[in-house]
Ligand binder design. Sequence first.
Ligand code: F6R
Length: 260
Amino acid sequence: MLVIVRDEYESVSKTAAQLLAGKIRRKPNLVLGLATGSTPLGLYKELIRMHEEDDLDFSNVVTFNLDEYIGLPPEHDQSYYYFMKANLFDHININLSNVHVPKGMFGEIEINDLYVDPKIDEFCQWYENRISHFGGIDVQVLGIGSNGHIAFNEPGSSLGSRTRVKTLTKLTKVDNSRFFEKMEDVPRYAITMGIGTIMDAKEIIMLASGEGKADAVSASVEGPITAMCPASMLQIHRKSFTIIDTPAASKLAAEFVTYS
Ligand code: F6R
């Protein structure tokens, strides 16, 4: 794992964008795994700038998003599909038929903590097959939850898990409630790539910014590899980059080089 500490969020975003842009220029049909949330917004802004000013071409890039809330249609302003369109896809020359965001709507379905409708399982298998069809994910972008989650793989998630339904923890619902009018509107379930799915990506770029992520970053980079911190699995990935700002790095014991 290569840990890169930058002095501010903007440099984190620019470093990640430069890494990705280089990969897209070398392989125009790159298979790119994408994340939502606040952290990658600066990266997406920089990729849009590179598209507009430096001719970065997305026309053959294929994307797979990590996750989607169950119960939100794509046009809902809090769905991850909507987020991706508003913050990236609408501003670059990506072909929307190359874009994959797990679907959140399944018509009439039954779902509770013990029973998942087979329609959802079928979709999850299709998503995994679709990733394989494109030869696997070349680079996966990740954020990290304040509890160490990656995608919606909350603490306790199976380390070998594949795309499936997860119940959101209380902490994640509280963290995400800032985007909803009231707490009751925050969805209870999501479809998410599993930790095994993420680990199959050929490269991983995990981003984190701010002091609120310092504990999670320290557990992921220096803690034991444990299901209680899903991001700690990145320690055994063959090629992962953790790009963070100084506040997010503030609880790391080892000395990492800070680039300004
Ligand atoms: C988003 C996702 C989540 C976020 C994480 C951090 O697709 O899967 O794991 O990456 O919750 O979110 P932010 O960046 O908003 O702090």
